[in-house]
Ligand binder design. Structure first.
Ligand code: GLY
Length: 401
């Protein structure tokens, strides 16, 4: 990185640190902070809707060039915008948000038959899963069941895993830690249909992930590549992290969230233990800044003069809030306090953009793929989704409808 750029990143880091410290002197009750953040989020997403051309989904916005980037429905993030609209509708009862979500459903619906991606959990469960939770219908059931069937076609019984990306020049059968997030859809499918094969695939995939993705300190490799003919591990590498051996921040968050869902869905204590161990790696990490918003990789040597990942923080907060319900009292209090701090930090002007700015996205300062020089220090639709989800979870835990 050039010196000038390094200095810029360092000064952003200093200002991120200082602004959050200043805020702790005048602390408002968190529920008030959340109500104000969600009210702003509703207005911001109504603005975002006005920015969106027909038939595409919002992806990110580049602060330097002011470029708004969208995707088609097959991009892994296509479910987050409708999912956020649903959470915000649930909060506000503002039918403009629901109408927008219904419009987008029509664009997304065809992905139920997409067998070319492992991301169907993200795409279909964050959208149609939430729609079905709020407004159950046979149509939603069928879309979700078809999506689970499509996802299951990527399971290889020899490898004992669902294949993430298709084979390429580098990898034969790559499985990424992110894939833990797609299992919730499979648990839903067994509950709905009574067909236990979805449940078995989810459990088998999670067990293989514990065996091959996790290191003794409960950090995770990003990519494990297998030989599809024998199931042998060929490589343990990274795609979006600093190095093969490092702990890419969002990957740690995906793993945590995934194993919390595993415990919720099976009640098998081994998954609770896994989630607690990952939570310990994240929440006690020496490289974590005082506002609890991690750098994009826990091991990049550029810390502290490098970028944060607000998306990793939001995913972690949402997962820890749920984990606090299952963990013993001591851990539970720690998880709750950690998640509360994340929500407070993300709700400050340091991370939350003013309404009508930031391309219409709520949060600033996420990192999508730094080694690929793509989506660096930008808003991301999934940072917004998990931030909103965390706030909705917190409200529900405090008895708010
Ligand atoms: N699933 C891709 C990512 O987290 O960037």
């Amino acid at each position: 990185m050039m010196l000038k750029k390094k200095l810029l990143v360092f000064s952003v880091f200093i200002s991120l640190g200082l602004s959050v410290c200043a805020q702790s002197k005048t602390e408002k009750p968190l529920l008030q902070v959340i109500d104000s953040a969600l009210t702003k989020a509703v207005a911001q997403y109504k603005y975002l809707r006005t920015q969106l051309p027909p038939n595409v989904l919002p992806k990110t916005w580049y602060p330097l060039t002011k470029k708004f980037e969208t995707s088609n429905s097959s991009w892994w993030c296509s479910g987050f915008y409708p999912g956020s609209m649903l959470y915000l509708y649930e909060y506000s009862h503002d039918t403009a948000l629901l109408n927008e979500e219904k419009r987008v459903e029509k664009i997304l619906e065809k992905e139920q038959y997409n067998k070319g991606t492992h991301d169907l959990g993200f795409m279909m469960y964050c959208s149609f899963g939430n729609a079905n939770r709020l407004m159950p219908s046979k149509e939603y059931d069928q879309i979700l069941l078809n999506s689970a069937k499509s996802l299951s076609t990527r399971f290889n019984p020899t490898v004992q895993s669902i294949q993430s990306w298709n084979a390429n020049a580098k990898w034969k059968f790559p499985v990424i830690i992110d894939n833990m997030m797609n299992l919730e859809l499979l648990f839903w499918a067994t509950k709905y249909s009574g067909d236990s094969s979805f449940y078995k695939i989810a459990v088998t995939h999670a067990n293989t992930t514990i065996k091959n993705h996790y290191r003794p300190d409960y950090s995770s490799f990003h990519v494990v590549d297998y030989d599809p003919a024998t199931g042998a591990v060929l490589h343990k590498q990274t795609a979006q992290g600093y190095a093969d051996y490092s702990a890419w921040a969002r990957g740690q968050a995906w793993g945590l969230y995934g194993f919390v869902v595993m415990y919720r869905s099976t009640k098998d204590k081994k998954y609770l233990e896994q989630a607690n161990n990952i939570a310990k790696f994240i929440t006690t990490n020496p490289s974590l800044p005082s506002d609890n918003i991690p750098f994009w990789d826990y091991n990049t040597p550029e810390i502290p003069a490098t970028y944060r990942d607000a998306s990793a923080a939001a995913i972690t907060a949402s997962a820890l809030l749920e984990l606090s319900k299952y963990a013993d009292a001591q851990k539970s209090a720690k998880y709750l306090a950690f998640a509360e701090k994340v929500i407070r930090s993300l709700s400050t002007p340091t991370y939350t953009a003013p309404i009508g700015e930031n391309g219409g996205f709520i949060l600033k300062h996420s990192t999508g793929h730094l080694p690929g020089n793509s989506e660096v220090d930008v808003p991301l639709s999934y940072a917004d989704y998990y931030y909103i989800e965390a706030m909705m979870r917190y409200r529900a835990m405090k008895g708010k409808k």
